[in-house]
Design a binder for this molecule. Structure first.
Ligand code: NAD
Length: 280
């Protein structure tokens, strides 16, 4: 990976916010055996205790500025609603130490972050998703012009520790990435929930239905990734003429499923733009 290895000075990475997404990145980095020093700041002692219990080598504090001192990378992992207040308190220190900032917040533009941090900061914005918690995430990244090649590479390495990464030259595309892969796990979970309800109504025990549905979702994703066939082709291979799949798909397409997905992703993308406008 591009994070400097054993013979080089470790990269110090500070997480501001110790919630779900920060923890998934910490796990990924530790499993990757990256040459890093990790620090985490959060006002919630329970969150810090949870980290300290599992990973005693990660330095924990309630003081954001203390955690940021001398850091090469600062990962902004707080909720979008408090990002302005949090970053403004970091601005003075940021102007002195000029670390790379990585924001994982949805709908907060680089320009707003840069302004709140006092201006002219190297910033990489990214949109990960919750499968990062099991190192199966998908992340879209965008770097501002102040971020150097080396800083881009460090940001990519951090996110690659929890899944795949894709760069976008146009920051606006992150709104679409948010709609597709950021929110995406929820769409698949909704399908799983609906299948679970239907299976139980068909008389299958809840735990048996759960296992069948999870393995089918995993198998379908693995097949789509590894077979080289497009999803439409794979669907045709499941669908026998006049058979059971055809009967089910008729109901789904007849109900306008594809159109619904287009509308749903458009709604998510618009909401991401709205949030960005409200936070700019
Ligand atoms: N959950 C998702 O699906 C998802 C996906 C992509 C991106 N994100 C983004 O990741 C970010 C974090 O989301 P999460 O799901 O980990 O949230 P979370 O609520 O689990 O974590 C946020 C953490 O910030 C801490 N915090 C609150 N005030 C703070 C302060 N002043 N200083 C430092 N820490 C403070 C909270 O105590 C909490 O531990 C959000 O901006 C979100 O948009 C989330």
């Amino acid at each position: 990976m591009d994070i400097p290895q054993i013979t080089q000075k470790p990269t110090t990475i500070t997480f501001i916010g110790a919630g779900n997404m920060a923890r998934s990145l910490i796990v990924g980095l530790l499993q990757d055996k990256a040459n890093v020093v990790l620090r985490v700041a959060d006002p919630d002692l329970q969150q810090l205790d949870a980290i300290h219990k599992h990973w005693p080598d990660v330095l924990t504090t309630t003081d954001n500025l203390e955690a940021m001192q001398g850091a090469d990378v600062v990962v902004l992992a707080v909720k979008p609603q408090i990002m302005c207040a949090v970053t403004e308190t970091l601005a003075e220190a940021a102007q002195r130490s000029r670390p790379l900032f990585i924001s994982i917040a949805a709908g907060i533009r680089e320009a707003a972050l840069n302004r709140w941090l006092g201006g002219n900061q190297a910033i990489v914005r990214c949109m990960p998703n919750t499968p990062a918690l099991v190192q199966a995430g998908a992340t879209g990244l965008y770097a501002n012009p102040q971020a150097s090649e080396k800083q881009r590479s460090v940001a990519e390495s951090i996110l690659r520790a929890v899944g795949i990464t894709l760069w976008f030259d146009d920051e606006i595309k992150l709104d679409a990435v948010t709609a597709i892969s950021g929110s995406g796990p929820a769409y698949f979970f909704l399908v799983m929930e609906a299948m679970q309800t239907a299976a139980e109504q068909l008389g299958i025990r809840a735990e048996d239905a759960h296992l069948l549905i999870m393995q089918t979702a995993l198998g379908a994703a693995k097949l789509a990734l590894e077979s080289g066939d497009m999803p439409a082709e794979l669907r045709h291979k499941v669908t026998s003429k006049g058979g059971t799949t055809e009967a089910a798909l008729k109901v789904l397409t007849g109900g306008g499923l594809q159109d619904l997905f287009v509308q749903a992703l458009q709604a998510a993308e618009s909401r991401s733009r709205e949030l960005a406008a409200a936070n700019s």
